[in-house]
Ligand binder design. Structure first.
Ligand code: ADP
Ligand code: MG
Length: 720
């Protein structure tokens, strides 16, 4: 016999599973027999259970199997919980003080089991009767070599119970407070039992098309709700969970697909009618390399989108170094060809500055004017930039958050490109829409390699492009894990590389800019590096978040131009920085970084044709998780594999950029463990919306009315 413990996301928001069209289920919880006003108050406060329906959606986290009655002889040291039946004998009180207890023996035709009670003895003594037949359930322990159950559950054995219960007994999540008011995990079960008896299939109508139910062999909705609470056996429970998980994921996907389809059908966008001289001249005369197949494909996708008259909202994903910047530039040239302005937003000043430098070099022989606007732009040049934005003489504006501030106005913004999306929120994306009468196209570029399904779930309202091919001639980066004791060897290696003309990054963790200890560590680290690499043989730049923008820019620039050999930095260079001659990345206290971040940092090297290295330095004693991360980093360069591992190790809540989206919070389903169900749900949802976007066909009507019923009806809207 066993206890079934079900793993479930520890924090979940109540969304999704709410049956439609169900009067009885809308009853306030105090109307349920056995609840009453006082307990109702507690249920509301402690568990957000306001209605019958909320109770129905309060799922057990485990079940106890009392469907079988075992023989006492079957008990052995591996037995956990067990249910047996027999006659009670030898009730006695033994011991004194804290050792005082009541004991008894239970006898069936195969053996004898000891029972013991340490608390409530007087009360229990009154109830139990020698010679009576009892059904006994509890956790087996061994005392002086003999099996016993302490504080067993005792029920008089009746005929109907003699073969055990007909379903698994549910145990519910509860709180200390509720438990103290006789609403423990098991008592809540009594309430659900009452509730389930009150409702029928009419109250929990089906919301999935029959076609899907049949194809996927899913149990119907009413059955699923009954069986998740009171399954006859494990299979029934699994069936119920599978169906409800599918429903959650499917409904979420339907909503996403609908948003996307409505945007496609109704949104009005700026039309880029042609590909003109600017694009063509640049492409044939100034493009410094041949585009990869993936880059070409993505440009075609963008080209197609922007020519339709619909507003483009596209997510472009490409691993670090895959060459997203040039795609952005070519896109902005198409805009300029059609008389539209564009802006490119970067998450940091360093990165904005770098984009500005690169693009001005690439465009130096082209009649295209590029502007730079960041938080540290002086007010005089701010004025002149604004002037040129107004009269349309700036074609491309590059900047940080500063460009989306209300005061910045364009003559005719045609497209906004957001680089490294995870540093921007959805709200900021929306602010871009307001920069033009007809909302500009939006291209969001990210290097955080989110697995495709997850991307489709988290950003399902966006269209999706991926650069899944690296520019040719790249040598794979060799990654190694070294301990503190190897430091002098590592420094020796760096000296050799510098002697070959290479440049080096040394990264220190600075998780919060305000973290004093990290900051002091960085300074100590810097002194340490200086001691290993003394001037004037070696020159070092340092960049961190506490520096003024000018200072950052100068230090960065000295490294970019090859003036300095080593860049000591915090993670401010985590994204985007491109110095092809830098071929070694040393990450100090690497155990403090997450997988995705390590991968991003590593992506700073391996951009030129030289052999590149990433050295992960850690202390001797690091935890198992950190060890695992180091192992993954040294075994693969593939960002998508790393993203999957990251997802497995940390769960979706931590994936950068998805946090705000909320869509990843499901009640039963886990985006990680239930990926296969998610895939299927997405396929079905997309098919349906493609063929029947309004959900008006007879088969899809169920979905439609369900969506209408849950409109705005989440637990949150009730709380706030
Ligand atoms: P990311 O996708 O990380 O933003 P970048 O756009 O910074 O990558 O490109 C990384 C490097 O690869 C840059 O030095 C860029 O000039 C170079 N690059 C981009 N595309 C190609 C290509 N098709 N062939 C060769 N080099 C390329
Ligand atoms: Mg980039």
């Amino acid at each position: 016999m066993s206890i079934l413990v079900l793993k479930r996301n520890s924090t979940f928001v109540q969304t999704g599973i709410i049956p439609a069209n169900t009067e009885i289920l809308n009853n306030p919880i105090e109307y349920l027999k056995g609840v009453g006003p006082q307990r109702a108050d507690l249920l509301k406060k402690e568990l957000n259970i306001f209605t019958f329906n909320d109770l129905l959606n309060h799922f057990p986290f485990r079940h106890i199997d009392k469907t079988k009655v075992n023989f006492i002889r079957e008990i052995d040291p591996s037995t956990d919980y067990i249910q047996v039946a027999g006659s009670l004998h030898n009730i006695d009180i033994v011991g004194i003080k804290s050792g005082r207890r009541m004991v008894a023996t239970l006898r069936d035709k195969t053996g004898i089991l000891e029972l013991a009670w340490f608390q409530g003895i007087n009360w229990i003594q009154k109830i139990l009767q020698t010679g009576q037949q009892y059904l006994v359930f509890g956790k087996v322990s061994f005392f002086q070599g003999r099996p016993q159950i302490v504080h067993p559950e005792m029920e008089l054995l009746t005929n109907e119970k003699k073969d055990g219960k007909s379903f698994l007994e549910p145990i519910y999540p509860t709180t200390e407070k509720l438990r103290s008011k006789a609403l423990g995990g098991r008592q809540i079960g009594k309430l659900t039992e009452t509730l389930i008896k009150l409702i029928t299939e009419k109250n929990v109508p089906e919301n999935l098309p029959d076609d899907i139910l049949n194809k996927l062999k899913l149990v119907n909705r009413f059955k699923a709700f009954t069986q998740i609470h009171f399954p006859a056996n494990l299979e029934e429970y699994d069936d119920a969970v599978k169906r409800l998980k599918f429903e959650e994921l499917f409904i979420a996907q339907i909503r996403m697909a609908r948003l996307r389809s409505q945007r496609h059908r109704f949104s009005k966008g700026v039309v880029f009618e042609k590909v003109g001289d600017l694009f063509n001249t640049f492409y044939t005369k100034h493009l410094p390399f041949e585009l990869t197949g993936a880059q070409k494909r993505v440009i075609k996708e963008i080209r197609k989108d922007t020519a339709t008259g619909k507003q483009m909202n596209r997510l472009l994903q490409g691993d670090v170094g895959s060459g997203k910047t040039i795609v952005a530039l070519l896109t902005m040239l198409i805009a300029a060809d059609n008389g539209y302005q564009s802006c490119l937003m970067a998450p940091t000043e360093v990165l904005a500055q770098q984009h500005y430098n690169n693009l001005t070099v690439l465009l130096k022989d082209m009649p295209v004017e590029v502007g730079l606007l960041t938080g540290s732009t002086k007010s005089a040049s701010r004025k002149s930039i604004q002037q040129k934005l107004d009269d349309g003489s700036i074609h491309i504006l590059i900047g940080t958050h500063a460009v989306i501030e209300k005061v910045v106005q364009f003559k005719n913004l045609g497209i906004g490109i957001v680089d490294e999306q995870h540093k921007f929120g959805v709200a900021q994306r929306a602010m871009l829409w307001e920069k033009n009468q007809t909302p500009p196209h939006i291209l969001v570029m990210t290097a955080t390699p989110i697995p495709r399904t997850l991307a489709m779930t988290a950003y399902g309202d966006l269209d999706y492009s991926v650069i899944d091919e690296m520019p040719p001639g790249r040598q794979p980066i060799t990654t190694v894990h070294r301990f503190e004791k190897d430091r002098s060897k590592v420094m020796g290696f760096i000296k050799d590389e510098i002697a070959k003309g290479r440049q080096i990054y040394i990264i220190f963790p600075l998780i919060e800019e305000s973290d004093k200890m990290d900051y002091e560590n960085l300074m100590k680290g810097y002194e340490n590096v200086k001691a290993w690499f003394p001037e004037p043989k070696y020159w070092i730049s340092m960049v961190h978040g506490r520096q003024k923008a000018d200072q950052k820019k100068n230090n960065m620039q000295r490294f970019v131009t090859g003036d300095t050999h080593i860049m000591v930095s915090t993670t401010v260079i985590e994204v985007g920085v491109d110095v092809p001659n830098a071929s070694v990345m040393v990450i100090e206290s690497a155990e403090k970084f997450g997988l995705s971040q390590l991968h991003q940092l590593r992506g700073r090297v391996g951009r030129g044709s030289d052999k590149s290295y990433c050295i992960l330095l850690t202390g001797q004693n690091i935890g198992n998780d950190a060890r695992e991360r180091m192992k993954i980093m040294t075994s693969t360069n593939n960002g998508f594999i790393i993203a999957e591992k990251d997802l497995d190790m940390r769960g979706p809540g931590d994936i950068e950029g998805t946090r705000q989206s909320g869509v990843l919070n499901f009640k039963l389903a886990s985006i990680v463990q239930d990926r296969p169900i998610l895939e299927v749900a997405r396929r079905f949802a997309e098919d349906i919306i493609e063929t029947d976007p309004e959900l008006s066909s007879a088969e899809d009507l169920r979905i439609k009315s369900y969506l209408q019923a849950i409109q705005g009806k989440t637990a949150w809207s009730r709380i706030s």
